[in-house]
Design a protein around this ligand. Structure first.
Ligand code: ADE
Length: 339
């Protein structure tokens, strides 16, 4: 079935998948409340010998949505089929996937906000009443067949909760938002990854990487591997504070975790648009980047860090952003904004 894809988009992630992704809920660090809620849902479904109710996971990229989907299937002891919104183009594709689902099996749809509307419409009765409608024959002979589906679980993941239609959102039994990880959890995640990869690292070196990983395990694991390269080539293989901090400087990740892309967004707002407000499309054009990338990848962390504000009139660089770059905060920015 070619609409089912396994693994993620980035080649490099595949090696992380094998080694670093936790397989069980108890190995998963952070997201405490979410873990607790999922743990209860799993235990309850197992006790009743039912499929887990449909789950929607949302939040910025790299926080563990795919990892959690895999964990859910392992904990339930069922098979997980993986696909993504853009890979399912036609209603026939989703009908084919759904009608082949076995009892209690799980279907993971990544980037579910990118499902075409006609495909989404097939999902409504599938999720609510476990059937799909299929039109056979044409013209006068056209008939609708309702095909019964097995008990299955849909796990949807999205970086854009607001782009999901209300009817689709409402059909998930539980909806969970993944949060950025705090410093302590990031350190634990890096420590765990270092152990699995047999990397020797001082606690201070781990702290350095954690501070600059923008609360995101995927970033932390990538930086850990790159810092290891520096430690292997320029040092004795051990990640010390000194090695970590000079490697991260060379990788152009600054002391709060901002990288080249973040700088481009913030500097454009400050230097080209007087601090804003400025529309995201205008920023995108100014830095030659997709507006979706700005909204999905850069903006959530800049908002979380208090470097960027989102107003109805557009994006605004905050006083903290000005301070970060050593610019003086303009007087007019101090005025209360009128919306
Ligand atoms: N690797 C990536 N994310 C993780 C997490 N939340 N817990 C443990 N290991 C991880």
């Amino acid at each position: 079935m070619d609409r089912i894809v396994s693994g993620k988009r980035h080649e490099e992630d595949l090696s992380f998948d094998v080694n670093l992704r936790p397989r069980h809920l108890k190995e998963y660090i952070g997201q405490t409340l979410l873990k607790e809620n999922l743990g209860i849902a799993i235990a309850a479904a197992k006790k009743r010998d039912e499929a887990l109710d449909h789950v929607l996971l949302y939040g910025p990229p790299g926080l563990g949505k795919t990892t959690l989907a895999n964990i859910l299937s392992v904990e339930m002891g069922v098979n997980l089929k993986t696909t993504s919104g853009p890979a399912i183009e036609r209603p026939a594709d989703i009908v084919s996937i759904l009608t082949q689902m076995k009892n209690k099996e799980m279907l993971f749809i990544d980037e579910i906000h990118r499902l075409p509307r006609v495909v989404e419409e097939v999902l409504y009765p599938a999720l609510e009443d476990r059937f799909v409608s299929w039109v056979i024959d044409k013209g006068l002979k056209a008939r609708t067949m309702n095909l019964k589906l097995k008990q299955f679980t849909l796990i949807g993941a999205t970086t854009r909760y607001g782009m999901l239609s209300a009817p689709l959102r409402d059909r998930f039994g539980s909806i969970h938002r993944l949060q950025y990880y705090n410093q302590e959890d990031m350190e634990l995640i890096i420590e765990r990854s270092a152990k699995l990869l047999k990397i020797k690292a001082d606690i201070e070196g781990i702290k350095q990487i954690a501070t600059r990983s923008r609360g995101t395990p995927r970033v932390a694991n990538r930086l850990l591997k790159r810092v290891r390269d520096y430690a292997d080539v320029l040092g004795d293989g051990r990640i010390s504070t000194k090695i970590a901090s000079s490697a991260l400087d060379k990788l152009q990740v600054d002391r709060v975790g901002l990288d080249v892309g973040d700088h481009m967004v913030l500097r454009a707002i400050i230097e080209k648009f007087n601090g804003g407000p400025v529309g995201v499309e205008t920023i995108a054009a100014a830095i030659n980047e997709e507006s979706d990338t700005i909204v999905e990848v850069y903006e959530p962390f800049l908002l979380q860090s208090g470097l960027l504000d989102r107003t109805r009139r557009g994006r605004v660089a905050t006083r903290r952003a000005y301070d970060h770059y050593g610019y003086e905060f303009p007087i007019e920015q101090n005025q209360p904004k009128m919306f």
